[in-house]
Write a protein that binds this ligand. Structure first.
Ligand code: SAH
Length: 421
């Protein structure tokens, strides 16, 4: 989502303000830092980055801070780092071409509605297009700062999304990547209330995949709670939907899930994952897990590990719980000691690495359909298969943007090496 926000920033500044991109921050007239605030670490990193840029930038170059930390800290950023010229929060991106000329301006209104704003066009990849389908998030997960930095959830009207898809295809993209904090809640609320509930995410998937030239559709993040049978069935049957599903678990313990306000239980999650594996035998299931949430006991953590053993996720993004401002969990008691959280995280990650080795080894000699999108330095070219394996083969530019069958000869843990057949 931040990558797409950055593309929007570049699009607006290059079409409306005569800026162009440079690879060197020393030569830049404007340096923009687009930030995350989900955990505390990226927030502290912001201030060290500002310091670094301030030392090396041209004297009159401006610095702007955008994104979720901008929303969260607002004017405090300029107070702590006077080198910063402006602060522009998430979901205020459409104001970039005005704020860039103001000094010490702060725009962080989390109620700003840009769901109907048609951004100018810029994409870093011509093979894959990120397309936002909603802004904000309506969930109230007790650990999560996002609803306070990106505001309430509003769906982007269908016609704007389909226009973006058609434009992307015309520019050569075969893969469309739909983005939102909670994609499978699409359609519940639009800016124009007449559109509310006129269609849902499953309908949207069918409409996007029906567009000529679209060969692959991916999306993130869906919420396990909204994975109803119809959604899973369309996901399974529609050949253009990539067989890769992100199912952010957070915790395997129903008690912890309740205090996280996730809205589902351990059993519901297992039921959905099992149904998915049955409907789509080659599916990739990825997940996010937080360890060390307040009141997480050894038994609760064992529930998380049990789900990992049962679902055998192809990828896990795992984090130690990080208390965040504006969240209800910041007040929770029974804080888990740092060493215990670290031990749990290490155990989880080690267990999963072993699992990953087995999962990768099973790919040997398989033939996968790979969409090539990235040149690697060593004469290799990389792409992803229909699920989500990263596959590399010997090759050069002419493979970029093509879908080819590849036989896997050397499956490594994170990358599968293969040969085109
Ligand atoms: N709406 C997205 C959430 C984006 S944040 C989703 O549900 O996937 C991505 C991940 O960061 C979350 O899934 C969660 O695992 C992690 N995260 C969010 N808040 C956190 C916190 N306070 N501490 C640690 N990890 C957190």
């Amino acid at each position: 989502m931040n990558v797409r926000d950055s593309e929007h920033i570049v699009a607006e500044l290059t079409t409306k303000k005569n800026y162009c991109l440079t690879n060197s921050s020393r030569e830049a007239d404007l340096i923009i830092i687009n930030t995350c605030s989900v955990r505390e670490k990226p927030v502290s990193k912001l201030f060290s980055e500002i310091g670094k840029f301030n030392k090396t930038k041209k004297t009159d170059a401006k610095i702007g801070v955008c994104g979720c930390t901008a929303s969260h800290l607002g004017a405090e950023i300029i107070k702590r780092a006077p080198a910063v010229n402006f602060v522009l929060g998430a979901r205020n991106v459409s104001k970039i071409s005005e704020i860039v000329d103001k000094n010490r301006a702060v725009e962080v209104d989390i109620n700003h509605d840009e769901s109907e704003f048609a951004f100018s066009n810029f994409r870093t990849s011509s093979y894959k297009s990120f397309i936002n389908i909603s802004i904000g998030c309506d969930k109230k997960c007790s650990f999560c700062i996002v609803p306070n930095t990106r505001g309430d959830e509003i769906s982007i009207p269908l016609n704007l999304i389909l226009d973006e898809v058609k434009k992307s295809v015309a520019m050569g993209a075969k893969e469309i990547f739909l983005l939102g904090q909670n994609v499978n809640n699409y359609g519940v609320r639009f800016s124009n209330p007449q559109l509310n509930k006129s269609l849902d995410f499953t309908d949207l998937l069918e409409l996007v995949t029906a567009i000529d030239g679209v060969e692959r559709v991916r999306f993130t993040s869906p919420h396990p709670l909204h994975m109803d049978d119809r959604f899973l069935e369309v996901f399974a049957k529609n050949p253009k939907i990539c067989k890769s599903m992100h199912m952010p678990l957070q915790s395997g313990s129903t008690k912890i899930l309740k205090s996280m306000k996730r809205g589902y239980s351990k059993e519901w999650f297992l039921n959905r994952a099992k149904k998915l594996r049955t409907l789509v035998p080659n599916v990739h299931i990825t997940t996010d897990i937080i360890v060390g949430f307040p009141d997480e006991t050894d038994e609760d953590f064992a529930d998380t590990m049990e789900i990992i053993e049962k679902v055998r996720f192809e990828q896990i993004f795992s984090f130690k719980y990080s208390p965040r401002p504006f969240t209800t969990a910041i007040e929770f008691e029974n804080v888990v000691p740092e060493e215990v959280a670290s031990q749990r995280l290490t155990h989880l990650q080690k267990t999963h690495l072993n699992m990953l080795e087995e999962i990768s080894a099973l790919q040997k000699d398989k033939i996968l359909k790979v969409y090539f999108e990235e040149l690697r330095r060593d004469g290799m070219i990389a792409g992803r298969d229909e699920s989500n394996f990263v596959v590399v083969v010997d090759g050069s530019e002419e493979l970029l943007g093509k879908i080819k069958k590849v036989k896997i000869v050397n499956p490594r843990r994170v990358v599968l090496e293969g040969e085109i057949v």
